[in-house]
Design a protein around this ligand. Sequence first.
Ligand SMILES: Cc1cc2nc3c(=O)[nH]c(=O)nc-3n(C[C@H](O)[C@H](O)[C@H](O)COP(=O)(O)O)c2cc1C
Length: 185
Amino acid sequence: MKVLKSATTALYPLPVVLVTCGLERPNIITLAWAGTLCSKPPMVGIGVRPERYSHGLILQGQEFVVNLPRADQAAIVDYCGHVSGRDTDKWAACGLTPVPGSQVRVPVIAECPIALECRVVQRLPLGSHDLFIGEVVAIMASEEVLDERQRLDFERANLLVYAAEKYYRLGDPLGSYGDWRRGVG
Ligand SMILES: Cc1cc2nc3c(=O)[nH]c(=O)nc-3n(C[C@H](O)[C@H](O)[C@H](O)COP(=O)(O)O)c2cc1C
């Protein structure tokens, strides 16, 4: 039996990310409304409410960095999603270190294993949130998440996942892209 529920964005699980933004006094905001939009050129989208302090910083700087936190950084992610950069230095409060971006003026978080440096290509007001579409112009990765051939190895990154107000770590891999060739079932 199926039951009719009201329409929401019940699309889980999601990555949850720490977005850095702002040029003079950079800030950190936690976002779960973040996703991949295009491969070539590489583009990601973030949904930010206009009332967020970070919204103005992104609008002003036209750049942002999507920092991917590890599972053991869940407490930092939750903190940066409840406190505002209007009145708090979240870098100092969380013991995070800003590292200059390679292609953008916004800093990367040293303690996060992977960072996507983005330039805003479009802002789309949708309602409660504005969608900022960012072209990924560079990726900064910590050495420990690279494999022997210097490729990003996401299993080594141990990233944080979000679903319906809970934080999770990833479980064991169940299969790989292309497994269908070996037959279904
Ligand atoms: C898990 C989590 C996910 C969040 N996702 C979003 C989001 O996608 N968009 C948004 O505008 N705010 C989101 N927030 C709320 C902001 O992170 C929060 O309001 C933050 O304090 C704003 O910071 P700022 O005032 O320094 O910009 C989320 C908060 C949490 C804890």
